[in-house]
Design a protein around this ligand. Sequence first.
Ligand code: CDP
Length: 211
Amino acid sequence: MTKVFTVAIDGPAAAGKGTISRAVAARFAFAHLDTGVLYRAVGVKGGDPVVVARGLSAEDLVRGDLRSLEAGQAASRVAAIPEVRAALLEFQRRFARRAGGAVLDGRDIGTVICPEAEVKLYVTASAEVRARRRWLELGGEDAPKPYEVVLAELHERDARDMARAEAPLKPAADAVVIDTSEMGIEAAVAAAVERVAAGLAMSGRIDAPGE
Ligand code: CDP
């Protein structure tokens, strides 16, 4: 079995991190943590975000409304509070270094949560491509908001995530950038899998079953 091995996948909203992370985790039999869910859960719960972050329960993480646009905006507001980030840090660090390998996707995995990650990917795409993906995900013509509004909100969230003082969104110096603007999801997954396989080979760890 693979020992400690962390794949950090960071990048802006709707860049494809989730799909790539799930595929990499499945391919190498690693555990996966979507860290955005932690911030979304704090954002939607209401009340004092610091208190909520300190007392987050497993139930909070499976609420049905976590994927909404509003939850995304609320998440990025509470994510700028240093005490909220501090409350969520230890859980993420432990997850990253668990036995058997882990994939974490978020904004600060390669820079703050796990700077020692064996593989760091920064998945990005143009704002227009990302907004279009999110809009289609929400139902396209049937989406609750027109494309232009989804794009404007995405710009707003990216700006807030990149400008905050604490753990701002930026590629780690040693991250490999995957730009999915003109790449189908299969190609993006293949590029990520290739990097992880190379990282595993370099670290001398045993590859996943099925090899
Ligand atoms: O899925 P999407 O990329 O739209 O968002 P997400 O990954 O669920 O993250 C929602 C928000 O949580 C982001 O806009 C960030 O403000 C915040 N977040 C963060 O600050 N740090 C992380 N590691 C993950 C998310």
